[in-house]
Write a protein that binds this ligand. Structure first.
Ligand code: 13P
Length: 253
């Protein structure tokens, strides 16, 4: 049976009270399923509430949506990877499209962040993805591989294999237009080939897809063998919709 990762990126939604309530309802109604893991990425001020709710559930983890690469210092408004780890996070997203395109995060900065996350003992989920004009110009592969190259710079082969990659085409995020399962799988294959060439023989890379995943399209996407899971924004905010995604029938691959 393949392992599937279901990650919920809540972006700037759900303060502690709403976060607690959604996670409580999800976990009460969705019992652990072998081979499936859930990760919640709430706003960091809601992390403690989520952690309290997931206590005792080994199939569920929580993380932060972003970190700064320095460990501490005069960086008002930022949080570091060691501080996130101390607060109980076990994962961190790095290089989300909104960090890159709304906050000007560069490829090189994502690399510094990935290294900081791993050094703090957190698991990293590095997001990559092309803009619509890049896809139309036939540059998807070039852009995604450039982002991978910078995001994973300086890591040895064994460490490279541990980073989870989220392929999130920018044009599919929050638009209601998801990549077709075929197109998503094609980019995953490209990413996997690139990773395989840089990691120890036999390493199994985890690559998840994000961008307008909903209860209605999750089954078709996850039917693609290349997809090891999903990273979901809007459709993860509401317990009902998230439970439907978590309950996607085991793909027949
Ligand atoms: P949506 O699922 O809302 O398109 O967001 C995807 C995303 O950015 C997850 O990180």
């Amino acid at each position: 049976m393949s392992r599937l990762l279901f990650a919920a990126n809540w972006k700037m939604h759900h303060g502690p009270a709403a976060a607690r309530q959604v996670v409580h309802e999800v976990l009460a109604r969705h019992r652990p399923v072998a081979g499936r893991e859930q990760i919640f990425f709430p706003p960091s001020v809601s992390l403690a509430a989520v952690l309290e709710e997931i206590k005792g559930r080994r199939d569920v983890a929580a993380g932060v949506q972003n970190v700064y690469w320095e460990a501490k210092g005069a960086f008002t408004g930022e949080i570091s990877a060691p501080i996130a780890a101390e607060a109980g996070a076990t994962w961190a997203l790095v290089g989300h499209s909104e960090r890159r395109h709304k906050f000007g995060e560069t490829d090189a900065e994502t690399g510094r962040k990935v290294r900081a996350v791993l050094a703090a003992g957190l698991k990293a989920m590095l997001c990559v993805g092309e803009l619509i004009e890049e896809r139309r110009a036939g540059r998807t592969e070039e852009v995604v591989l450039r982002q991978l190259d910078a995001g994973l710079a300086g890591l040895d082969a064994a460490t490279t294999a541990q980073v989870v990659i989220a392929y999130e085409p920018v044009w599919a995020i929050g638009t209601g237009t998801h990549a077709t399962p075929h197109d998503a799988a094609a980019v995953h294959r490209t990413i996997r080939q690139w990773l395989t060439a840089r990691a120890p023989a036999g390493a199994r890379h985890t690559i998840v897809y994000g961008g307008s995943v909903t209860p209605d399209n999750a089954a078709a996407l996850l039917a693609e063998e290349e997809l090891d899971g999903v990273l979901v924004g809007g459709a993860s905010l509401d317990a009902e919709s998230w439970i439907r995604i978590l309950s996607t029938p085991q793909p027949n691959r």
